[in-house]
Design a protein around this ligand. Structure first.
Ligand code: ZN
Ligand code: ZN
Length: 318
């Protein structure tokens, strides 16, 4: 038996990295090509850029009340899943729930195209640990505004799910599976929306919609708006607004962002006391996610909502 000849090193160096980048479109456990770099992986970022370009298709597919209504509805449901579950539940464990509700909202969260729940929660826990220091991947103070908004998560280094940060969530095989193949959810949503629009066009022509119109509004426009509003908490909410508490980071309370993000704009409150399921600490600090969570608690879907202890407000600045 003869040993196989040694592999020659004539392969072009980029092929392996290209394959890894393409593989990571579909399987987030695919091996990283170049380690923990902080350069943007443009091949993996292509779908992200293409989704922005796809929004311009509104010029060709037109508009209808039903398509815009679906876009707004999907924005609201998915924003609630991101803030109530990806953030307050998975990242901060601010309330408890059962395994089915946990998985259902993990799936809705994955439909936001902001990666899987384990990836999201692990990076977010890191953000609180290192907020606005060099180790915070999306600090506008350290890395600049645009990097904090939409650069950091396109890098090789930010791609991996830091499982060591979320051992409590890794116990659930269904969450690990979803985190690995998170793209399956938005792809299924896009297919459903196209089919819905095509069905309406055929059987309810007075709705004046179509498969492509429903896809563009319901999926691309809704998702891109949802994305930029969500990440504005990383960028704008560490720049603009009031600081009620003297936290070590630059977090701010911003009422406009709180309205758009269903309560996340009370970000200085949140950085001071992240364990609370409620982020608007005063009655006038509108926090739609909190109201939604209270509603879910009243019908028994979730329980043990953590609130703000009285001592917290005594720490507010004069
Ligand atoms: Zn923050
Ligand atoms: Zn947080």
């Amino acid at each position: 038996m003869t040993a196989p000849p040694p592999r020659t090193r004539t392969r072009r160096p980029d092929v392996g990295a290209l394959r890894a980048s393409l593989g990571r479109w579909f399987d987030s456990s695919a091996v990283a090509g170049r380690g923990a770099g902080d350069a943007i992986d443009w091949v993996r970022a292509l779908p992200f850029l293409a989704m922005h370009l796809a929004c311009f298709a509104v010029l060709w597919v037109g508009v209808s009340p039903v398509a815009v209504g679906v876009a707004i509805g999907l924005y609201a449901v998915r924003m609630f899943a991101i803030t109530g579950f990806y953030h307050r539940y998975f990242s901060h464990r601010a309330f408890r729930t059962g395994r089915v509700v946990q998985f259902v909202f993990a799936v809705i969260g994955a439909a936001c195209v902001q990666r899987g729940p384990l990836w999201w929660a692990a990076h977010h826990r890191d953000h609180h640990r290192h907020a606005d220091t060099a180790a915070d991947l999306h600090s506008p103070r350290v890395h600049g505004f645009w990097w904090s908004h939409a650069g950091w998560f396109l890098t090789d280094g930010a791609f991996a799910t830091r499982s060591e940060r979320v051992p409590d969530l890794c116990r659930f095989p269904e969450l690990r599976w979803l985190d690995r193949f998170d793209l399956a959810v938005p792809v299924a949503l896009a297919g459903f929306l196209y089919a819905l629009g095509a069905a309406l066009e055929r059987w309810v022509p007075q709705a004046h919609t179509s498969g492509s119109q429903m896809l563009v509004w319901g999926f691309f426009v809704s998702t891109i708006v949802l994305f930029h509003v969500t990440v504005s908490i990383n960028s704008l909410a560490h720049r603009f607004g009031r600081r009620r508490f003297d936290t070590r980071d630059d977090s701010r309370n911003n009422g406009w962002l709180a309205l758009l993000t269903f309560g996340e704009g009370w970000h200085n409150n949140h950085h001071f006391f992240p364990g609370s399921a409620r982020q608007g600490f005063r009655w006038w600090e509108v926090d739609l996610t909190w109201y939604g969570l209270k509603l879910m608690q009243s019908v028994g879907l979730i329980w043990d909502l953590k609130t703000v202890p009285a001592w917290v407000m005594t720490k507010a600045r004069a």
